[in-house]
Design a protein around this ligand. Structure first.
Ligand SMILES: [Zn+2]
Length: 217
């Protein structure tokens, strides 16, 4: 429990906790208290903090709501919330910058709690990943690859069996995210993300291995 002096120094309140991380830079911090104000008759309080990290120093608002049972103000939310940026490995970003961008956006949607939109985004990112990867593997076939449905592209153009098997399954789950009726009951966006991640790993390994072999003939 912490005591805070709010309303321009007129009133002490007791809150359950201070935020233990910054919602903008996501570092674990002990934020500096600036001020607080009561919001409404229901005894809710908004508290303004500043992040002490030198390369952040941003302000954010913690909303505390009265917990009737405990008789204390308890921390409910932090705003603004900046989604954590996900990193996509460079070898794969080089092959498909679009995949990298859409995947990051889908992850952001997911961290905002927009799971349905995230699923559609991950499915879209996968299409770019596979088509760009196949284009890189099959120079001159770009038009053909662009036009064909993704399942056909995987069958016809992916020769690496690991990539093929993972990508196929990722597409099965991905299609569930865009269709009205789910085929794969019990599988969700987490499974789709995992399959995309494994596909990305296989592609990365293939690229690194190829480079290494070229360097050390
Ligand atoms: Zn911060």
């Amino acid at each position: 429990m912490e005591q805070l002096l709010i309303s321009g120094g007129k009133e002490y309140i007791t809150v359950d906790v201070l935020p233990d991380f910054c919602p903008i830079c996501h570092f674990g911090v002990t934020p500096n208290f600036i001020t607080g104000l009561r919001c409404d008759a229901r005894e809710n309080v908004d508290v303004l903090y500043v992040c002490p990290k030198t390369n952040c120093k941003r302000m954010f608002i913690a909303s505390y709501r009265m917990d009737i049972l405990k008789g204390i103000l308890s921390l409910r939310s932090l705003l603004p919330w900046t989604p954590k940026t996900v990193a996509v490995v460079q070898e794969v970003t080089d092959i498909s910058p679009q995949f990298s961008e859409i995947y990051k956006q889908a992850s952001q949607a997911e961290s905002y709690g927009l799971g349905e939109i995230a699923g559609v985004g991950f499915r879209k990112s996968l299409e770019y990943l596979i088509k760009d990867y196949c284009t890189a593997q099959n120079p001159g076939k770009e038009e053909d690859i662009k036009k064909r449905p993704i399942a056909q592209v995987i069958e016809a153009f992916v020769s690496n069996e690991n990539v093929k098997q993972c990508a196929k399954r990722a597409i099965w789950l991905g299609n569930d995210e865009t269709h009205y009726v789910r085929k794969w009951e019990g599988k969700d966006v987490k499974d789709l993300k995992l399959l995309i991640q494994i596909t990305v790993n296989w592609i990365q390994q293939e690229v690194i291995t190829k480079k290494l072999l070229e360097d050390m003939q």
